[in-house]
Design a protein around this ligand. Structure first.
Ligand SMILES: Nc1nc2c(c(=O)[nH]1)N[C@H]1C(S)=C(S)[C@@H](COP(=O)(O)O)O[C@H]1N2
Ligand SMILES: [Mo]
Length: 462
């Protein structure tokens, strides 16, 4: 590798140092004349932009530090995101998007234990996703001169690399933007959030794999080039630019440092921790809930036994008091039989109490004490002892979440309930009165409120 691999002004087209395939352009290079022509038609501002980035901090080491932080955390965000999708039950056609073609993940029965499983996966997904924002921005800042490189590519391999970068940067920004809008309940997009976030995730993941494959060796050597411990001891006064690098991250004419590298790392790390601290509260119970300043749900949900977050109120769901009053009946079907019960009839059956979390895909969660009839007892009422699934319908007429299908293990768990009461009081209208589903580790969306009917299916039903 040449000592000064970045094309210096002397290397620029027309000079004797001109090479058709400079370092960093592996594989088939475009004819020199092509990129020379591009070079001559540099868009106004491109040169100014590249040379205007003068921070002496920019260089392979800082980029590698931010990159390493992302490399260990992003897989967790991706995996928890895909697990959330699988928890929705794609085998019942109730995960979104419904049809994902060959991007179908092998579905499996989401377990009911530990009961905090979905609380954990979804809490991690949202909290880590938010904490990574400063790291992503810092990583982008550290490579920003590259984004203005001109000519944009000198070989087929470089075109591919830059395309993957476009998908990588565009992908992560898209995932962050759609995720944030969703947890703020800002449905501004003219498309379905789940569809966008799911396909966006695959585009981003593919670009990430390509990027890591290409850059891992460079990340490792950059990290080795400056021992972390030494860098963390270096104050601003001792901060020097890195030697010129093949990727051209180091500024050609660096300015004086305004902050040390350890300061830059601390700033980003501190920002991530602060965002995390302002987020985790929404997945915790107790006074810490009030620290979730950035999230709209779960800060203050009122007092009393029903004082916990409400995602969709009865009014928003169009459920009228007249439908949930004394005239309300629950229809239980299965094995060719139908049983109808009113609320008193349900209260007369064996009651069971379980402390279970309700955990929403938007990241908030809370644990409450629910009381009601076991789902397996309701199944037995219509003679179903070996259910393959249960289909629950709400009084709510429209809406994506007015019905849900539960797996066999979710019906049979000893703590799976048609809840009638919470924390010793009747369910409030907004929490699903007269009856709602609550199942250990089940995503909040499928804990159907204002239940009207449950149909238990057996293996014979197919
Ligand atoms: N019928 C009906 N049930 C529903 C919903 C809904 O929109 N309609 N929202 C679900 C969602 S997304 C969540 S997170 C939980 C929230 O329950 P809570 O409002 O009692 O806290 O209810 C679920 N049950
Ligand atoms: Mo939810």
């Amino acid at each position: 590798m040449p000592a000064s691999p970045r094309p210096s002004p002397e290397d620029r087209p027309g000079s004797p140092g001109d090479r058709p395939n400079p370092a960093g352009a592996p594989g088939y290079a475009f004819p020199a004349r092509l990129w020379q022509a591009l070079e001559r038609h540099r868009p106004p501002g491109a040169r100014a932009a590249t040379e205007g980035w003068r921070s002496p901090l920019r260089g392979p080491w800082l980029t590698a530090v931010y990159g390493a932080a992302l490399l260990v955390t992003l897989p967790l965000v991706i995996i928890t995101g895909l697990l959330d999708y699988l928890a929705y039950g794609p085998q019942f056609g109730q995960a979104f998007p419904r049809d994902v073609g060959w991007l179908r993940l092998p579905p499996f029965d989401w377990p009911t234990r530990p009961s905090w499983l979905f609380r954990l996966t979804q809490g991690l997904h949202v909290t880590l996703g938010i904490m990574l924002i400063p790291v992503v921005l810092a990583k982008l800042w550290s490579v920003i001169p590259k984004l203005f490189d001109w000519p944009p590519a000198r070989s087929v391999a470089q075109v591919l690399e830059r395309l993957s970068l476009l998908l990588l940067v565009g992908g992560i920004l898209f995932q962050i933007a759609t995720g944030l809008l969703n947890i703020q309940y800002a449905y501004l997009f003219g498309f379905d959030f789940y569809t966008a976030h799911y396909f966006g995730a695959w585009v981003f993941t593919a670009a990430l794999v390509a990027h890591v494959t290409l850059k891992l060796p460079r990340m490792v050597s950059a990290l080795r080039s400056r021992p972390l411990a030494a860098e963390l001891r270096t104050p601003r006064a001792g901060t020097r630019p890195e030697p010129p690098d093949p990727d051209g991250l180091v500024a050609p004419r660096p300015g004086p440092p305004t902050v040390s590298r350890r300061g830059a790392v601390a700033l980003v790390g501190g920002g991530a921790l602060l965002l995390g601290a302002l987020t985790v509260g929404q997945t915790l119970d107790g006074p810490l809930r009030r620290t979730a300043l950035l999230l709209p749900r779960g800060r203050d949900s009122g007092a009393g036994p029903n004082g916990f977050p409400v995602n969709r109120t009865a009014a928003a769901a169009g459920v009228q008091a007249s439908e949930t009053g004394p005239g309300w009946r629950l229809t239980v079907r299965g094995d060719g039989r139908t049983v109808t019960l009113d609320r008193d009839g349900l209260l007369a059956l064996a009651q069971h109490t379980a402390r279970l979390p309700i955990a929403c895909v938007e990241g908030w969660s809370t644990r409450q004490s629910w009381t009601g009839v076991r789902l397996r007892d309701l199944a037995a009422l219509v003679g179903v002892t070996d259910p393959s699934a249960a289909h629950v319908r709400s009084l709510e007429r429209a809406g994506l979440f007015n019905q849900a299908t539960l797996q066999a293990n979710q019906v049979l768990d000893r703590d799976s309930l048609l809840a009638l009461r919470v924390n010793g009081a009747d369910l409030s209208a907004d929490h699903g009165y007269p009856a709602r589903i609550i199942v250990p580790a089940l995503p909040g969306v499928h804990c159907t409120k204002w239940v009207a009917s449950i149909e238990f299916r057996t293996r014979r039903d197919g």
